[in-house]
Design a protein around this ligand. Sequence first.
Ligand SMILES: Nc1ncnc2c1ncn2[C@@H]1O[C@H](COP(=O)(O)OP(=O)(O)OP(=O)(O)O)[C@@H](O)[C@H]1O
Ligand SMILES: [Mg+2]
Length: 257
Amino acid sequence: MSSVQVRPVKVTIQIEDLRKSFAGKTVLAGVDLGVYEGEVLCVIGRSGSGKSVILKHLIGLLVPDAGTIHIDGVEFTGADERERRAALTKIGVLFQGAALFDSMNIFDNVAFGLRRRGTPEDETSRIVGEMLELVGLRGIDERMPSEISGGMQKRVGLARAVAMKPEIILYDEPTTGVDPITAGAVNRLILKMRDTLGVTSVVVTHDMESAWHIADRVAMLLDGRIAFAGTPDELKASEDPFIRQFIEGRADGPRVA
Ligand SMILES: Nc1ncnc2c1ncn2[C@@H]1O[C@H](COP(=O)(O)OP(=O)(O)OP(=O)(O)O)[C@@H](O)[C@H]1O
Ligand SMILES: [Mg+2]
């Protein structure tokens, strides 16, 4: 008897033929990508290839020229305001650069979404404490974002995203520009979200070391399309010259800077 358990894979996010141009310049030329429930999917690709643009479509900050996005089977792109709001409550976002509110202290930053949702203040306080603990930042409630380091800001951004107990978390470059120790802590947190809360994660990154470490699957964006999607082992085994150049971080190869 085999001990391997095969469980049906549920697609949490389905992106089909997503297209977007800005002022005549095509950025997304038909992106097809499925994200499975409970997985960590890393989206890799060069700077300016459109990774953040994909994430912005997933939260309705950008509207596609064509194509569809389904979240838990509900079409997000064509949804009315009520359906869109319902979908958005499932999603937490860690923006590139953390994007904390400068005029609010750390406590109020993490509490922001909870308060907006009408969570009672004592429960808000308990959750904020728990989340700051989770990201290893207890006791900085009163500080302002400008008083803490970039790496700490990222972790506060993560605490803010996770406080809402989202089903899906989108991370935009969570380990870029932080030291290796903080990057390691962020990687561990991403896996912890998956393993303890069953979160479905999309991690946009050009940090290949992080991708190797955390990805269940990797998708590579190239020339506006997904040129590769598969497990890290499959990516490693790829013989495509551009993929090899990218994952080995070489300046020479089919593409030049
Ligand atoms: N709102 C916008 N208006 C016009 N152009 C935009 C807009 N948003 C993104 N772009 C353009 O789309 C392209 C892709 O941008 P995007 O930010 O998605 O790149 P990225 O892959 O996230 O890069 P990086 O790794 O540097 O973060 C860029 O050429 C950018 O200038
Ligand atoms: Mg980006």
